[in-house]
Write a protein that binds this ligand. Sequence first.
Ligand SMILES: CSC[C@H]1O[C@H](OP(=O)(O)O)[C@H](O)[C@@H]1O
Length: 365
Amino acid sequence: MKINGTPYRSVWVNEKDGWSVHIFDQTRLPFALDVLQLTTPEQVAHAIKTMQVRGAPLIGAVAAYGLALALRTDSSDNALEQQAAMLAATRPTAINLRWAIERMLTHLRPLTPAERVAAAYAEAGRICDEDAAQNEAIGQHGLELLRTLAAQRGKNDKINILTHCNAGWIATVDWGTALAPIYMAHDEGLNVHVWVDETRPRNQGAALTAWELGSHGVPHTVIADNAGGHLMQHGLVDIVIVGTDRVTRNADVANKIGTYLKALAARDNGVPFWVALPSTTIDWQVADGVREIPIEERSGTEITHISGRDDNGQISRVQITPDGSTAANPAFDVTPARLVTGLITEKGCCAATPEGLLSLFPEQG
Ligand SMILES: CSC[C@H]1O[C@H](OP(=O)(O)O)[C@H](O)[C@@H]1O
């Protein structure tokens, strides 16, 4: 996507040295666009754990480059396995991380140590190119949904879309998943407006989705997470589109904490609830998401403290709870397939059912 007219991806190899890896430090957005240069697998692991880089497809792509960086130092079998395990363990919920590492291992294990570095960079590059292409296709299929909504009402009537967390281009290599159809609809001239859940506690909506949409000129309004149900009750939400970190073969959906509550409100108010995902986010080995998907527990300090820009223009962090209060911080929840209207994938849209998924991916049957 473009930032001030310049096209960017969310991860890229430094063209000056040909091997170090660049990402945006997403903990500094929306107030600073800082590029981080990663030169070691440990730096990659730290960036993923601290959410300097986040978003299911993007952490998989960056971890793939982390393995390439590791092999520059030691491309032995032991190093390959150990570094892969270290990177895969950085965050437990997004299946893309494990998928990307497994793909790299499958590609690299048969090679000699001398062949591995170049092959690792090439495979990580293919993972990035495929993600960008898949997300563009998701955008096209999701655009059809928005065109249908627009056709059902007056051409210039506003289409109000609610989204949760950030599933935009900065959460992927490019285009995003939930936001890809929105960008395309806006660029096509459809009158779209986005309700942006702030998405406590890390505020990926308020800080990242609002920044993305504002940078692209897409009308949007940031709301408290708890406001979505009220807006739906008053007919102010036409469709919910969210991203996901893992979808099971039964079409249960793991996503940022609070997604399940949004789906319940949508069902209660007859609002279509769609989930956008590349096939790399489908975990075909898992059926029951509520029971089987590991939910990341993050530090309670993400609840007890919040960061932002103060009146002096400085980024500062403040405590918002009493000393001594404990905090629990599950980072994801699972929305059962029964609450999901449908899935938007690079192969098309389908019902949130095992049959729906297999209709798009028959090879998994
Ligand atoms: C396009 S995947 C985006 C997905 O990832 C986010 O999680 P996190 O910010 O913790 O990496 C969130 O669940 C988004 O829906």
